[in-house]
Design a protein around this ligand. Structure first.
Ligand code: BGC
Length: 495
């Protein structure tokens, strides 16, 4: 994702336009400096990870990635199944979760987690403009009741990258009229489920979505590439993002009146760019502009009520600061900007420094310090924080255990330094359809491995440590004594 230097470079130039005074504070680049911990001096074993008993541990999925495009009766019509890109791999039945959901609740239960984050597809519920599919609504009702019967708290996300075809054809979120359509859908679902479901998210990663849909063209509607078309796509992305943020506020304001106790948030993908060398002004400039665009455009909106899309689109809403109960942090990637005229290496945005460990299936750098930095950044908003996704794609089942421990350590450290992180969800419950990849060969993020011919699920060996940890977590409350704390804090010295 987001690997096009040319686009970032262009956008960086756009920001040389003057900025109105009211928006001045949104121009700040307060991103934490790059850090690397000396892991050889840190004890991140399962025995040394301390979380309070009420800390929420969960797994996350999204409807389309596990349910796929078919239902019992008819194929789903959405922006992915009816994409104009005929080469785009489709999920078909994905994990066949639509039929196997009861078995899957049992698998969730066996992990020992307290919470399950999933999504409901607008495309599945409202296949045409005026009609709601009551059978589909009842299907989810059964799922949530079954989760509750098993003491698992369901979390619903109302948008995870899919749109009904009728919405996509009318311009998706780049068309302001669809804000109202989306809020109607959200309100309908909220009315149906708020008695069972306490935790809600309007959007999963709205920024990642608009970038992939309108800038890289990887997601439907696959906005075309090219110098001038990219500028058009960039403008459309900003417009769609602004509309999505407005839709969030309207959903929040309407549904909090229906049920003030509901917890409603938005989930942002924190994506960190650092310069290859802090002495190279071009690399530094591009990394700053990238961070500002990817992270600040959304965070500033909820912090100050101002939305500024690189001086091309401005928008204000005073309700923004009062329209969140939590911020969801998804974190996967740390990338490096490289630009050198004499350099023999490729210029661009690259996935890892030479010496950095990378995930087997995707080549993304394993950089838990990035999660810590993202949490610190999210803290600026002063809302409770949930880490709504962290995960690694590794079909060899060699890296997951260490990956999870290191990331939990990063959360623990941020918590000890005052960050109000209340829970963490692993991506994902099981291998699934990764956007635009063939499910039979695509990256494998699951704690459960899925055989896509038989749909058989089996727990990966490197997920076992997490399961045992959760078992212990439920049985006992570790004593966090002064000595532990001092030992831990001394690590800061090496940061
Ligand atoms: C998305 C997931 C996706 C994961 C891995 C996250 O940003 O929310 O849908 O599968 O990244 O790419």
């Amino acid at each position: 994702m987001l690997a096009r230097l040319n686009i970032f470079f262009l956008l960086s130039l756009i920001s040389i336009f003057p900025i109105p005074d009211t928006y001045a504070q949104t121009k700040k680049f307060d991103w934490l400096e790059e850090i690397h911990w000396d892991w050889s001096r840190i004890d991140y074993s399962w025995n040394n990870l301390y979380f309070p008993k009420d800390f929420r541990f969960g797994v996350a999925t999204s409807h389309f990635q596990i349910e796929g495009s078919a239902s019992d009766t008819q194929p789903i019509k959405n922006n992915w199944t009816e994409s104009t890109n005929i080469n785009l791999p489709k999920p078909f039945l994905a994990c066949n979760h639509w039929s196997m959901w009861q078995e899957d609740v049992e698998l969730i239960k066996q992990l020992g987690i307290t919470d399950y984050r999933c999504s409901i597809g607008w495309d599945r519920i409202q296949p045409t403009k005026g009609t709601y599919d009551q059978d589909a609504i009842n299907h989810y009702k059964e799922l949530f009741r079954e989760l509750k019967r098993n003491n698992i708290e369901p979390w619903i996300c109302l948008f995870h990258f899919t749109l009904p075809t009728w919405v996509e054809e009318s311009g998706g979120f780049s068309n302001e009229d669809n804000v109202e359509q989306f809020v109607n859908f959200c309100t309908k679902i909220f009315n149906e489920f708020h008695e069972e479901v306490h935790f809600w998210a309007s959007f999963n990663e709205p920024l990642a979505y608009v970038v992939e849909a309108y800038m890289t063209g990887k997601f439907p509607p696959h906005h075309p590439q090219g110098l001038f078309k990219s500028i058009g796509g960039f403008y459309k992305a900003g417009k769609a993002l602004k509309n999505m943020l407005e839709a969030h506020i309207r959903f929040y304001q309407v549904c909090k009146k229906i049920d003030p106790s509901a917890q409603i948030g938005i989930i942002h993908m924190f994506h960190i760019l650092d310069p290859n060398s802090s002495y190279n002004p071009i690399e530094k400039f591009i990394a700053q502009q990238g961070n500002h665009l990817i992270n600040d455009s959304i965070l500033n909106f909820f912090q100050y009520g101002y939305f500024n899309w690189k001086q091309l689109i401005y928008h204000t809403n005073d309700l923004a600061q009062k329209s969140l109960d939590y911020i969801g942090v998804n974190y996967y990637r740390h990338q490096i900007t490289r630009f050198g005229i004499w350099s023999k290496q490729k210029n661009g945005v690259i996935d890892a420094r030479n010496n950095e460990q990378t995930a087997h299936d995707t080549g993304w750098a394993i950089y838990p310090e990035g999660l810590y930095r993202s949490i610190k950044k999210a803290k600026q908003l002063n809302f409770p924080i949930y880490v709504t996704e962290i995960g690694i794609a590794d079909d060899t089942s060699e890296q997951r255990d260490e990956f999870i421990r290191k990331h939990l350590y990063a959360i623990q450290r941020a918590r000890e330094e005052g960050c109000n992180v209340l829970g963490c969800f692993l991506w994902s419950l099981m291998d699934n359809y990764e956007w635009g990849c063939n499910p039979r060969t695509g990256p494998r993020f699951g704690l459960y491995q899925v055989d896509f011919s038989t749909f058989q699920r089996s727990l990966r060996p490197d997920a076992q440590g997490f399961v045992s940890y959760l078992l212990k977590q439920r049985m006992q409350q570790p004593i966090f004594n002064k000595l532990d704390r001092r030992q831990h804090l001394s690590e800061n010295y090496y940061a």
